[in-house]
Ligand binder design. Structure first.
Ligand SMILES: [Fe+2]
Length: 256
């Protein structure tokens, strides 16, 4: 006779558990940043911070975002002239902002790695940092942010949309790459000052960005840096397995 237990797994908590418990570390600051996690009261997880110590993981804070209207491939989500005003002020995750700009420069769905590579061939059009000192995860990043500045540069260039994107593609990629680096590094700087920790564990699709990871390693005086190799949702099965094993150990659930 077999018995089964059904364990519901929160997306960002699964990210945190799998990264920390596969890191081999005893304690760490754990940061999760992806496109979107689970739904919570009509919003969706954007970024989450955790402290892990002696086998326990505790959430410090979490930022939520508005769910995307349709798929991100929907032009209303990334072309400012077609974006309804209520969407313009929606909150967006750092990961989804990177995807939004990837769609804008026509590198397509799952093209974020191409955006990262292309960024090296351009120069930022302007500096943008979503993080303000002391905010932790209370910062605001809206659907219209970056796009407003980019479309205003397009208007003053006198070029058509297609010409502008063709000519500025690498510079736009460089702009969103720099925004992502500045925002995350300034955020981590504040968090590591308040929660001094020499071990940093990262999970979520944002941390497939090896340029960002390299800058984090160079910036902070860490003993250990660990980014879960399947940082995106390709690691979800592994994540759920780790979290379920942890829950089984804690709650002594017997699946035999
Ligand atoms: Fe995720």
């Amino acid at each position: 006779m077999h018995s089964y237990a059904c364990i519901f797994v929160n997306h960002h908590i699964a990210h945190a558990y799998s990264a920390f418990f596969s890191s081999g570390l005893d304690d760490a600051l754990v940061f999760v940043a992806d496109g979107a996690g689970d739904y919570i009261d009509g919003m969706q997880e954007a970024e989450s911070l955790f402290i892990a110590h002696e086998g326990k993981i505790e959430m410090i804070c979490r930022r939520l975002q508005n769910p995307t209207t349709g798929h991100l491939t929907d032009e209303r989500n990334y072309l400012l002239p077609h974006m309804p005003s209520f969407i313009q002020n929606y909150e967006i995750s750092l990961g989804k902002k990177y995807s939004q700009i990837t769609h804008l420069i026509e590198l397509g769905r799952n093209g974020e790695g191409k955006t990262m590579g292309l960024a090296g061939y351009g120069k930022p059009l302007f500096h943008y940092n979503a993080y303000t000192k002391g905010d932790f995860l209370n910062f605001s990043l809206k659907y219209k942010d970056l796009l407003e500045e980019i479309f205003s540069l397009k208007a003053s260039s006198g070029k058509s949309y297609k010409e502008f994107i063709r000519d500025e593609r690498a510079n736009i990629a460089s702009t969103v790459q720099l925004m992502t680096e500045n925002t995350i590094i300034d955020l981590l700087d504040d968090v590591l000052n308040l929660y001094p920790c020499k071990n940093l564990v990262l999970s979520g699709g944002i941390f497939l960005n090896c340029i960002l990871n390299g800058k984090i390693i160079n910036k902070f005086d860490l003993n250990n840096f660990y980014a879960l190799p399947p940082a995106g949702d390709d690691g979800q099965a592994f994540r759920c397995g780790i979290l379920c094993i942890c829950k089984m150990l804690v709650y002594k659930i017997n699946l035999k």
